[in-house]
Design a binder for this molecule. Structure first.
Ligand SMILES: [Zn+2]
Length: 256
């Protein structure tokens, strides 16, 4: 059975009231969910950098180890050459070995210099690593606080939110698909999340532009769906002066 315009309007207005309440619950959480997400991303970035620092330190330590091995190798060769030098048969052989000895000595010096440099790099990296670890600890503290705050806020509203979501599921079923589509679209584009509004004091409840009296009369009749000429919101009815829509709670004042 095809529903009347009045029924359609009632269904979509009901959905709007549920969504507005859900919006205000989300709004109480403010920027917290985003802040928590940002901090989590930031900390993940630090962890990646810390891992990189540790890898770099490790590779410098590997380098030092290789250099120390090559020094030992050179020292062995030097010992060997020194023994050979005792048993040379002529000056030419003696000079050749002397050259080898000088070469190994030079190798040792170069290796020692490189070890020193790698050591300095390790110290610098370790310093960076300590600094970053401190920053990360601070951020982690911030994150823990914000997470606590958020979970408190969520737990305060979670029952209501669950009920509203259940209500919403039922309410959505009563709205025709095409109407639901336009509703979703209008809502997404509206800053205040309002797609269905009442005419209040002669003005659109969404954009506050005046609705002409004849149009108001048409809206009251509910013979067809009428949208605001200015903002395109669905006008669900005309509110009588005295009736006030319950204003959704906006601020996080209830908590202490
Ligand atoms: Zn409007």
């Amino acid at each position: 059975m095809e529903s009347t315009v009045a029924q359609k309007l009632e269904a979509i207005h009901n959905l709007q009231l549920i969504d507005s309440r859900l919006d205000s619950i989300i709004k109480v959480r403010g920027a917290l969910p985003e802040e928590v997400q940002d901090l989590e991303d930031e900390i993940a970035g630090y962890e990646t950098r810390l891992e990189k620092f540790n890898n770099e330190i490790q590779s410098f330590e590997d380098e030092i180890k290789a250099l120390k091995d090559s020094i030992k190798e050179s020292e062995k060769l030097i010992k060997k050459y020194q023994e050979q030098q005792m048993n040379v048969r002529n000056n030419r052989e003696y000079d050749a070995i002397t050259k080898e000895l000088e070469l190994q000595d030079l190798e040792i010096q170069v290796a020692k210099k490189k070890i020193g440099e790698a050591g300095v790099r390790i110290d610098t990296k370790k310093h960076d690593l300590d600094e970053l670890t401190e920053v990360m600890k601070d951020r982690q503290k911030d994150l823990d606080l914000k997470k606590d705050e958020l979970s408190t806020i969520i737990s305060e509203s979670e029952n209501e939110e669950a009920k509203l979501n259940a209500d919403r599921e039922k309410a959505v079923k009563k709205v025709e698909e095409r109407l639901l589509k336009s509703y979703t679209k209008i809502r997404a584009n509206a800053k205040n999340g309002l797609a269905v509004v009442m005419v209040k004091r002669g003005a659109c409840g969404g954009c506050f532009n005046t609705v002409p009296p004849q149009r108001q009369a048409d809206i009251r009749e509910k013979k067809k769906l009428i949208v605001c000429e200015h903002c395109g919101r669905i006008l669900a009815g005309v509110e009588d002066e005295i009736v006030e829509e319950p204003a959704p709670k906006r601020k996080r004042t209830a908590r202490s």
